[in-house]
Design a protein around this ligand. Sequence first.
Ligand SMILES: Cc1cc2nc3c(=O)[nH]c(=O)nc-3n(C[C@H](O)[C@H](O)[C@H](O)COP(=O)(O)OP(=O)(O)OC[C@H]3O[C@@H](n4cnc5c(N)ncnc54)[C@H](O)[C@@H]3O)c2cc1C
Length: 378
Amino acid sequence: METADVAVIGAGIAGLSVAAELARHVTVIVVEMEATPAHHATGRSAALYIPTYGPPTVRRLTAASAAFFRSANEGRSPTPLVSPRSVMYVADEPHHSHLLAFAAGHGRAGGSLELIDGPASRARCAALRSDWVVAAGVDHDALDIDVAATVATYRSALAERGGRLRTSHRVTALDRSVGGWEISTTGGPISAGTVVDAAGAWVDRVAGLAGIRPLGFRPKRRTLAIGPVAAGSDPGDHFVAHADMHFYFGAEHGDLMFSPADETPTEPADARPEEIDVAIAIDRINDATTLGLRSVRQAWAGLRTFSPDGDLVLGPDPADPTFVWCAGQGGYGIHTSPAAALATARLALGEPLPAALVDVGLTAGDLLPSRLATNAGW
Ligand SMILES: Cc1cc2nc3c(=O)[nH]c(=O)nc-3n(C[C@H](O)[C@H](O)[C@H](O)COP(=O)(O)OP(=O)(O)OC[C@H]3O[C@@H](n4cnc5c(N)ncnc54)[C@H](O)[C@@H]3O)c2cc1C
C-alpha cells in the first residue's frame, strides 16, 4: 500500500497547488479520478486574473497571488504565466447605478476602477453600440493567465519536492484509522495521516465518504463559447464584462470568446454546454454591440463551486483536524491559487498565516471552515 503524510484528493488547480506547497514540508500524494489533471473546472476557465472580482476575502487572496504570477513562480516557469489584459465593466442605462456602486465599493476597499463615459468606452471597444453603453469602469491591473503553464508549474514543483500524482484513482471510501486515513481508490489503497479535500464540485461528496459533515457547497454551471465576429467588427483588446454580469467577451485568436455569465445550480458532473445558454449569450452581446455573432466554433461548460457565504473554505475541519478543506473556489480558483495553497498548507500544518497573507489583511478566521459552523448556527 502507498503511504504519505498527506493525501490530496483532486488534481485541479486547487489540489496541485496545495500539494506543491505541502511537499516542501511533508510527503504528499495527489489522487485524481480522471486520466489527466485539470480535466474539470480548471481546464475550462476564462483564464483571467481580475483584482476587482469577487468578495473582499477573495480579492485579498487575489492580491496576495500577484507576485507568484508576475514572477512566473520565481522564474520556475520557462514561459510567462500572465500577460496584461484590462477588464472593462460596461453599463447600459438600467445598470449605470450598479456600476457606480461597484466602483464606490472598490474605492472604499482601497482598490481602483477608472470610471469613463460612453464615448470613452467606445474608444476602447468600438463595437459597443452608442445607444447602449453609458459608462464603464476599467480595471487596469487585470491579466490573462496561461492556465496550462500554471498547472505545469505546480506539477513540476510537486515532482521536484518528491510529491507523487496518481491519476485514474477515484476515491471510493475514506476510513478513519488510529494513525490517519485508509483511502480506497479505484487504483488501489493508500494510507495517509491527513486528507486534503480539493475535489472541486465533489468536495461535499468526498467529505461524506469520510463521515465529515458536508458544508453545503453549490456547483453552478457556466458556459463559454468561441465564434467568429462579423467582418470589419473589432472587439478591441479589453476583456469586456457587463456591469451586472449579464455577459462577458474578449478577443481570442481572431475570434470572440464569450459567455452569458450563467450560474445554473447543478449536481457535481462532467458539465456540458446547453444550446440555450449559448443562444442567450449571442442575443445579449448582439444587443449591446455590433459584433454580429451568428455561430460558434466551440462551446464548453464548467462548474464554479461556491460555499454558503461565497468565500473559499481553507483549513482543518473543526470536528477532525486531519480532514482539511481546500474548497469553494467559485469563479476565482485560478487567480487565487497561489495564496490559497499557501494558506491551506500553513493551516493544515497547524501554523499561522505567513506575512505575505497577513499583510493584505487576511486572517485565519476568514478562511477556516469553523466560520460556517458559526454562521449556520450549529
Ligand atoms: C467557465 C468558467 C470560467 C472561469 N473563469 C475563471 C477565471 O477567469 N479566473 C479564475 O481564477 N477562475 C475562473 N473560473 C473558476 C476556476 O476554473 C475554478 O475555481 C477552479 O478551476 C477550481 O479548481 P479546483 O481544483 O477546485 O476544481 P477542479 O478543477 O474541478 O478539480 C477538482 C478535481 O477533483 C477530482 N475529483 C473529484 N472527486 C474525486 C474523487 N472521488 N477521487 C479523485 N478525484 C476526484 C476531479 O476529477 C477534479 O479533477 C472559471 C470557471 C468556469 C467554469
